[in-house]
Design a protein around this ligand. Sequence first.
Ligand SMILES: Nc1ncnc2c1ncn2[C@@H]1O[C@H](COP(=O)(O)OP(=O)(O)OP(=O)(O)O)[C@@H](O)[C@H]1O
Length: 245
Amino acid sequence: MIEVRGLTKSFGPKQVLDGVDLSLSEGESLVVIGGSGTGKSVLLRCILGLEAPDAGQILWRGRPLADQRAEFMDGFGMLFQNAALFDSLPVWRNVAFRLLRTMPSARARDIAVEKLARVGLGPEVADLYPAELSGGMRKRAGLARAIAADPKVIFFDEPTTGLDPIRAAAINALIRGIVDETGASAITITHDMTSVRAIGDRLALLDRGQVRWQGPVSQMDHAQDEYLQDFIAGRARPMGSHPAG
Ligand SMILES: Nc1ncnc2c1ncn2[C@@H]1O[C@H](COP(=O)(O)OP(=O)(O)OP(=O)(O)O)[C@@H](O)[C@H]1O
């Protein structure tokens, strides 16, 4: 449903994306990993239209995404890194942020409370402010906001960053459950290999501006790619001897 072909993007002399080819099928959960600064966020920003690519194509349902931007955004949800909640709004208004533009606030609040329940937060959380929530609760609230408008495509940007392993596992399980039950297509950016296994159907490894390896998560352990295996094992090599740049 989303196809990225030959995407390139430079900032000044720095070539960040150098011909990225990726596809996301309907109902699929794709996880993108890669070293820090390899362009994962730039890739997402290009898909979202926040960054203009230098070359390449981004297609949605076979046609340029840029020509269908409004329709795409209507069916899109995102969990931002650090949840990115508005501190001045109570949790339910954060969750219902988009809904409030199109429906009465009582109805939007009901949906917010329902989505909060889906992510394991009780109705008492609805009137709290983000500053009153723990890190794990903030992620859950961010997740409730991402799914508030029943999106068909969801992006998860570093969903477990800053969480302890138990809370991270809970968020991973929630994400997988939501993707399965809604049939949404998902792209997750992460450094967390536990998330890759818990969330992903397919994995893409970015390296030096290109997709270095992609395949089913179930096959990654047997892949013949040293850098991917280092990533999976969390293994460093002496400076200069790494197969990646
Ligand atoms: N607006 C910008 N102007 C200039 N350089 C940029 C801009 N946005 C990103 N970059 C550069 O592009 C490179 C890739 O950044 P990006 O944030 O996509 O990396 P990442 O893979 O998401 O990294 P991390 O895993 O650390 O979040 C970095 O070197 C960054 O400095």
